[in-house]
Ligand binder design. Structure first.
Ligand code: TYM
Length: 334
């Protein structure tokens, strides 16, 4: 692959079905970037082991994530689409970076604190060093751009710190990677119940998955939490209402959005009707992806070929970087 505009890297954990947050925070940009950049996109199976030690579903989940990425428009011929564990050099770089990261800063990471709270019986060292492994994923390809959602901002900041520390200690090998969304704020797709964001494993009834059937999507949309409605014309929208409008703006037609904006502004909005329209917009968006992803997922040979081809591209890039890393660190003894 030739790099005209820079190197891109990103990843998704195979801890459940993908949802609209994964799409608008990550996969949509993967697809937008695939023609212009040298891209490395992977399924973060090693990261999933920090929270999901039971691997009985892992293979199916990996196949599903690959299939969903392709169903969303990612072309495995244009990018390296691979599994994290198929690039063993990542583990080597992770080890070296662990010597450059401090327990105090890792303990202060928001995701570590959240996970330590939610799984108190399994506060493993992998959980603590999660951002170090993520850094290895990114810089092993010497990537500059990382398309991710808002929740990954802190991990990217840590990644820049670790990369800079390496450069200061051993020589300038790595660019400073930035979280990327075409100059816009990073996306955060909220859940439909006004409590947090859409998520693979929490808030499942308030999250729209790319695997959801049409009727389930309609039901979820109708259950979206609203308020008692506007009482004064042209009043600002409370967050839960603005969130639903935000979704409609992403998926619906401008004419429909305008219709409901006007209805909000003149206090005639009927939430039942609004949510019904939102449900239809969601169905039109999700159902072609679901159908395509199911077809792809059933073709195990195709998925195997993709993983092999993706690993070849990623290995080539990782091996080049690790040669530079070992030399810079003085680990080349002959
Ligand atoms: P993960 O698997 O939680 O999420 C995958 C991608 O989806 C984005 N995302 C969202 N964006 C907007 N709104 C939401 N509600 C929402 N939920 C999830 C995430 O920001 C992410 O871009 N640590 C990473 C996986 C990873 C990685 C990497 C990412 C491992 N190595 C290297 C980038 C580069 C994670 O857990 O993502």
């Amino acid at each position: 692959m030739t790099s005209r505009k820079g190197i891109v890297m990103s990843g998704i954990r195979p801890t459940g079905y993908l949802h609209l947050g994964n799409y608008f925070g990550a996969v949509r940009n993967y697809v937008r970037m695939q023609d212009e950049f040298e891209c490395y996109f992977m399924v973060a199976d090693l990261h999933s082991l920090t929270t999901h030690p039971d691997t009985s579903q892992l293979k199916d989940n990996i196949h599903r994530v690959l299939a969903e990425n392709i169903a969303c428009g990612l072309d495995p011929d244009k990018v390296a689409l691979y599994c994290q564990s198929h690039v063993p050099e990542t583990a080597e770089l992770y080890l070296y970076l662990n010597m450059l990261s401090y327990v105090g800063e890792l303990e202060r990471t928001t995701t570590f604190k959240d996970k330590a709270r939610s799984q108190p019986d399994n506060v493993n060292a992998g959980l603590l060093t999660y951002p170090v492994l993520q850094t290895a994923d990114i810089i092993i390809h010497r990537a500059s751009y990382v398309p991710v959602g808002k929740d990954q901002e802190q991990h990217l900041e840590m990644c820049r710190n670790f990369a800079n520390r390496f450069n200061h200690r051993f020589g300038e090998i790595f660019p400073e990677p930035v979280a990327f969304n075409f100059g816009e704020d990073l996306a955060r797709i909220p859940s439909l119940d006004g409590k947090g964001k859409m998520s693979k494993s929490e808030n499942q009834y308030a999250t729209i998955y790319l695997s959801d059937g049409d009727d389930l999507i309609r039901k979820k949309a109708m259950k979206a939490v609203t308020d008692s409605g506007p009482v004064e014309p042209n009043s600002p929208k409370p967050e839960i209402i603005e969130n639903l409008f935000g979704l409609m703006r992403l998926l619906g037609t401008p004419a429909n959005v305008q219709h409901y904006e006007d209805a909000w502004n003149n206090c005639t909005i009927k939430y039942g009707e609004f949510k019904k329209q939102l449900g239809e917009d969601l169905v039109s968006f999700v159902s072609p992806i679901r159908i395509k992803a199911e077809e792809i997922q059933a073709d195990k040979q195709y998925l195997k070929d993709i993983m092999i081809k993706g690993a070849e591209k990623a290995n080539h890039s990782a091996q080049k970087t690790m040669k530079l890393v070992r030399e810079a660190m003085g680990l080349n003894y002959y």
